[in-house]
Design a protein around this ligand. Structure first.
Ligand code: URA
Length: 489
């Protein structure tokens, strides 16, 4: 929206045409020279060719002594779409360097108000871009996946926001296409930019879309539907590019029924405390492991039902052993069973499992070809009213279960082990492992290959970081690619 400029001065002809690249650094350099030459703002006609590429605004300054809040706000405001922003910035700069050093403190000054208004609009736009960019995977030139997103920002923010995406998706090759400018990252070097693109250049639906919808369905709380708040957080103009948005009308419509179902779904006392459990162990844990021959994973699973190696067996319904083919090329290790896993006796069948299934498909993996298990085989929980809340297992509990997991690895002989979350990563590779630092790359220890990534339950809890979903799929793709490499002649 073009607004009437606050500093048009019809009586003073603009004498000096100043051409700049449409970025803050270029403006800074020219503004500094104009100040040195004592050219007042009324005599400057700023001309920026908005089709040219913009440099990423850096923290450096051009030796103009101005308050830091001005620099921060000016850098953001320089990305506003309104063409009068360069003149606004120079007006403010001129006044600050000509006796009004504390101008920024005058919050009612019309030019200061306008600066804040521009900076705020830009930072809101950047916030929306961080939240609503959705990558879709396509085959890259070298056979590796490339992630491509389409976004329509209100302002010229692509270069300004690019460092965020570079940090966040350091391990992926990606492009963000917008009508004004496109940003590209090759996994190393510098982000590079190209001219704006057409929406048709962006890929349509892919398999990650389904993962998105599964994720959104899982985090959507029917008991907390606030339409107005939802619309202000996710304005409707972004919906057309958001895979999950098409679910919203249906989820809102169903929310009343879902709340009723949840309220009526009271677990029986037996389900809450402990279901039918095996009698006292006839066979010790060591016996079971010693007597199991290759191929006897079922024997191990049976023996594990009787495990009393730590107190977690008592409140749990049953031991949840691993599941999947033996041997298997990939083994996924989670933390411990959750509520639904405890009741069904199968790993990853609850909401985290549903998200995992979608992410595996999006990464090109088939769950029925993988072996899936947990670090700890009993559900550890704290009862709150009618609900059982997950509790993190302690080191002794992890250690107590370690022989079962080691025996499973022995039987499954995976080419690569994927550790889902910190508990699995630290149990396999040591306490020094950090998911945020060590994820997404193949780690080789004693001839075994490991890959660390986040736990899908973390993604469900962290509704605020939607990009983690794409990174999760990208991490799983590293495992898939590694497998292809191992198998290629
Ligand atoms: N979380 C896990 O770590 N394992 C499961 O089986 C389910 C949820």
């Amino acid at each position: 929206m073009t607004q009437k400029s606050l500093f048009d001065d019809a009586d003073t002809p603009a004498l000096t045409a100043v051409r700049i690249h449409p970025d803050f650094t270029s403006w800074q350099q020219r503004a500094r020279q104009l100040l040195l030459d004592e050219v007042p703002p009324q005599r400057v006609w700023w001309q920026a060719d908005e089709t040219q590429s913009r440099a990423i605004a850096t923290a450096g300054n051009a030796n103009i002594r101005v308050p830091k809040p001005f620099l921060t706000q000016a850098r953001a405001a320089s990305c506003h779409r309104n063409g009068d922003r360069w003149a606004l910035l120079y007006h403010l700069l001129w006044r600050m360097t000509h006796g009004e050093h504390h101008l920024m403190a005058l919050s009612s000054d019309p030019l200061v108000v306008q600066l804040h208004y521009y900076a705020k609009a830009v930072s809101r736009d950047v916030h929306k871009m961080k939240a609503f960019v959705r990558f879709r995977a396509v085959d890259g030139a070298d056979g590796d996946p490339r992630y491509i997103a389409w976004f329509e920002p209100d302002h010229y923010i692509v270069e300004y926001a690019a460092p965020f995406f570079q940090r966040r998706f350091a391990n992926m090759c990606w492009s963000i296409l917008t009508p004004d400018c496109c940003a590209h990252w090759e996994g190393r070097g510098e982000v590079w930019f190209s001219a704006g693109a057409d929406k048709a250049a962006a890929p349509g639906d892919d398999l990650v879309e389904e993962t998105w919808r599964c994720y959104y369905r899982s985090i959507f709380n029917p008991a907390r539907v606030k339409i107005q708040a939802m619309l202000s957080e996710m304005p409707q103009k972004y919906w057309k590019n958001l895979p999950e948005a098409r679910l919203i009308p249906e989820l809102v419509r169903e929310s009343g029924n879902r709340v009723d179902t949840m309220t009526n779904e009271v677990k029986t006392a037996e389900q809450l405390r402990c279901g039918p459990r095996p009698a006292a162990p006839e066979q010790t844990l060591n016996d079971a492991i010693q007597h199991s021959e290759p191929g006897s994973i079922q024997q191990l699973a049976l023996a594990a039902q009787k495990c009393r190696n730590c107190p977690l067996w008592q409140p749990a319904t049953q031991t949840v052993f691993g599941a999947g083919p033996v041997p298997a090329p990939i083994m996924l290790i989670g933390e411990q069973p959750g509520d639904q896993e405890d009741l069904t006796g199968k790993p990853f069948v609850g909401p985290a499992g549903a998200l995992l299934n979608h992410a595996l498909t999006a990464a090109g993996l088939r769950r029925d070809e993988l072996y899936i298990t947990n670090t700890v085989k009993h559900f550890k929980f704290r009862a709150r009213g009618k609900r059982r809340l997950h509790e993190r297992p302690r080191e002794e509990e992890i250690q107590a279960c370690a022989p079962w997991l080691a025996a499973e690895i022995d039987q499954v002989q995976p080419d690569i082990i994927v550790c889902l979350g910190a508990t699995a990563a630290q149990a396999q590779l040591g306490q020094g492992m950090q998911v945020t630092r060590d994820r997404g790359k193949v780690i080789t220890r004693q001839g075994r290959h490991y890959l660390i990534t986040v736990h899908p339950a973390y993604l469900l809890r962290n509704g605020e970081s939607p990009h983690d979903l794409e990174r999760f799929v990208a991490d799983l793709q590293v495992a898939a690619r590694h497998l292809q490499l191992l198998r290629s002649p």
